[in-house]
Design a protein around this ligand. Sequence first.
Ligand SMILES: *Cc1c(COP(=O)(O)O)cnc(C)c1O
Length: 367
Amino acid sequence: MSKVLETRLEIDLNALESNFRLLKSYLSPKTKIMGVVKASAYGTDSIITGKHLVKIGAQNLAVAYIEEGVKLRKAGIEVPILVFYPQLEEIQNLIDYQLTPSVYTHRFMEGLIQELSHHDIDSVGIHLKINTGLNRLGFELSELDSVLKHLNSEKKIKVAGVFSHLAASGSKDEIEFTKSQIAKFEEARSFFKNHLGYDFESHICNSSGILNYPEAEFDLVRAGIALYGYGNNPTEHKMLKAVASLKTVIAQLRTIQKGDSVGYERKFKAEKTTKIATLPLGYADGISRIFGNGKARVLVNGKKAPIIGNVCMDTLMVDVTGIDCEEGDEVEVFGKNNTVIDFDIEQQTIPYEIITRISQRVTRVLV
Ligand SMILES: *Cc1c(COP(=O)(O)O)cnc(C)c1O
């Protein structure tokens, strides 16, 4: 069997649908759901996932970069696509493929105006991004007057949306801060409602925002991680179903004796007779070295097996002592039966990072 078939990322669209319905149940029926499919739909497959999200009722999609949006358009997806971080270099594609830019600097707005002067189109819709406390990207509240002035100087740019992003919507310790972000956002929103003379969509909630602050749903919500089966705290994880399952098979089994070592730098030393299995995936496939040396567990025939020694580029070894298994047996690295929370024993990182890191070398399979 080829490597490609042995290690695969299975995508479960029923789980995606179940997560979508759960999020929907938190929202008023008129609120639109924007499916966030950046980074290959959180490591799955942006076309498969994006198409299915549209099919089950997502009215909008969002990506990080213009190139990601172009890929969706070429696959025939026609719903509005918001681009969170459009780069000036790619701006012609933004226009040609009718993608909607998030706009958070005057510099980008100027670039957009320049580009539009070369195109025979009436107007382009943008979503203005407001910084309400994440301090990553967005216009400040103190800049709203100058933004309005810039907009009024250019008839070809229309505000289709105004939005902001929450810094800690999944954190119980930051409820006051989150509420202050929502209040600042409402201020910006009112400003544009009062001064633009036409209506637009407002949005601030990400996945945890939907689950914890449904009162701030506004016209639209941006659902990412929850669609893929994870949240930002244990309560949220429990309600959701993992969409991606990373599977492989045992490439080789061996029994080592007390004092024998495993892997590079001999980081694992057996204290007793130990049965080990070598799996054909490694850090080049997206399983970081931080998961070596007992920091993560995979599932072998229903039993948890810790990764031992250092993770190699194309392989890793697990301790299967006491587990009934043979070469060729299937292993769930993480997924439906071994969530990334179970896999990442010490929670060294977050589900977002684990699932988006699985490299393109790993074949995606629909189940
Ligand atoms: C990635 C992203 C989201 C989705 O966030 P989740 O926590 O995955 O739901 C929403 N909005 C913006 C601006 C993002 O960058």
